[in-house]
Design a protein around this ligand. Sequence first.
Ligand code: C2E
Ligand code: MG
Ligand code: MG
Ligand code: MG
Length: 285
Amino acid sequence: YIAKAGRRGMSVYEADGDTNSPARLILLGDLRRALDSGDQLSVHYQAKLDLESKTVVGLEALLRWNHPLRGMVPPSEFIPLAEQTGLVHTVTDRVMRMVLTQQRAWIDEGLEIPVAVNLSALNLAEPELDRRIARLLEEYDVPARLLEFEITESAIMQDPERAAETLRRIAAMGSTIALDDFGIGNTSISQLRDLPIDTLKIDRSFISDMTNGNEVLVKVVTDLAHEFSMVAVAEGVELPETAERLRLLGCDIAQGFLYARPVPASELPDVLATYGMLTPAVLLD
Ligand code: C2E
Ligand code: MG
Ligand code: MG
Ligand code: MG
């Protein structure tokens, strides 16, 4: 990850595994300042497409940090840091506000675009998370059904009972829940059945493995999703032949560089013009 960041921007910090290393503490201080300054953080949006109609059914919000010295710092570097320090609550609040501001602007133009926001394990442990989300939806006057929350299996497993309760309350408000990076964790099938999950996002590693002929896991997860009346989404689709195999396996939705990279909202009109968009009303039936 660090090497990737180094190629894209100027890397002035050495990476190491020590959470309390000076480099990590400096980066943490920088992130605090970024959250205060307001102009270093932005959200990029990546389209998700229905595999049959090849139209956009929604977007995933992905946080971007443009560091004044280092350039773009990847979320894989700063999100874990924010998670270890509790700063992730502020990060999530900021992401939700940026997304809701954007959705409000789209609604004013007559567009209802569902957006998925990533939550971390710490967010799920927050007792008032559902109330905080409800207040934000009210403040921006955006319907709950236009927000989806993506959570990982490991985030749920840190405290499954509590996570299930929080997710149930969020689902009751009308938002949907997606299980992110599914397949690499160890959620049991009975836990999966008991959680208010609407969508399974099949981990990218399974999708890239399909080019080596390993389709069985994708097939199993797709069928599992459908048995539980969930939608199956493939992450990291890069090749047309992968998309076609996914379609034949019955996978519902795909997300990946093949269709669109994560882009600033200003570039979304191009994506929407290329593929068109299913309205949420059409999605319901
Ligand atoms: P994720 O939620 O699984 O997001 C998908 C990641 O896969 C994104 O990386 C996206 O750019 C990348 N991706 C999408 N399509 C392709 C593809 O076809 N090929 C390849 N190689 N990659 C693809 P990104 O934006 O670097 O984010 C990485 C992770 O950081 C996310 O994984 C998520 O766990 C976390 N993250 C990003 N934004 C946020 C946020 O606002 N809040 C929280 N808590 N976590 C976030
Ligand atoms: Mg995600
Ligand atoms: Mg994912
Ligand atoms: Mg992933």
